[in-house]
Design a protein around this ligand. Structure first.
Ligand code: SAM
Length: 219
């Protein structure tokens, strides 16, 4: 189901230059986005647009996910922390790249969405991805240090606990900026315990990251 639509989406994202790395192209070809969205928007699964997943949240547009994943140099066997599980789709794509020899923990603040993500991941064969409910701005200390940290909601600045929980040599990607606007996709490479190389990789638009080291509330 939807195989042709998925193929065409990957072909478009490659032609437009969003997808370049073979292992990420392979993941986009394999993971069924339509299994991660609610039935009322399923027909739009392979359009390059964000889609509502309930509770005022969205699954990001495929081109944005491609930008995030390509900018982090994901590779097999890495240990990855994702903040904002949402539908679980992004975590499944990461799972395809890092493989079972790697590890993924994804944190979601809304319990119902964490359950949605977990169900979607199990149904599609990614039950080994750990989904946990909590405030991702505090990171996941139990599993630190992480090779990669991917934040999928926008914070006013890079949350300090996430920088602390990143491995030296590791990369953290996050949208940083205002509520829904003037946001930049930022990639921070930890060069030493106290040294971060920060690169701004262009504009983006995400829902707010709400928590102790993010925004205090929705509005
Ligand atoms: N990665 C998701 C996917 O593939 O469907 C999309 C994520 S959506 C753009 C952002 C998610 O971040 C929302 O589900 C939202 O509830 C969650 N979120 C916001 N603040 C959070 C926090 N402090 N900790 C964990 N999740 C948070």
């Amino acid at each position: 189901m939807f195989e042709r639509e998925r193929e065409e989406l990957v072909e478009r994202l490659s032609r437009w230059g969003y997808l370049t790395k073979p292992e990420i192209v392979k993941a986009f070809k394999k993971v069924p986005r339509h299994e991660f969205v609610p039935p009322n928007v399923r027909d739009y699964s392979y359009a390059d647009q964000p889609l509502p997943i309930g509770h005022g949240q969205t699954i990001s547009a495929p081109s944005m996910i491609a930008i995030m994943m390509e900018s982090l140099d994901l590779a097999p066997m890495q240990r990855v922390l994702e903040i904002g599980a949402g539908s679980g789709y992004n975590a499944a794509l990461i799972a395809e790249v890092v493989g079972k020899e790697g590890e993924i923990v994804t944190i979601e603040r809304i319990a119902e969405l964490a359950e949605f993500a977990e169900e979607n991941l199990k149904r599609t064969g990614y039950g080994w991805v750990k989904v946990t409910v909590g405030d991702g701005t505090c990171g996941y200390k139990k599993g630190a240090p992480w090779d990669r940290i991917l934040v999928t909601a926008c914070a006013p600045e890079l949350p300090k606990p996430l920088v602390e929980q990143l491995k030296v040599g590791g990369k953290l990607g996050a949208p940083v900026g205002q509520h829904y606007m003037f946001q930049t996709w930022v990639v921070a490479e930890k060069r030493g315990e106290k040294e971060l190389k920060i690169q701004e990789r262009g504009g983006c638009s995400f829902v707010p990251l709400i928590g102790k080291c993010g925004w205090k509330e929705e509005g």
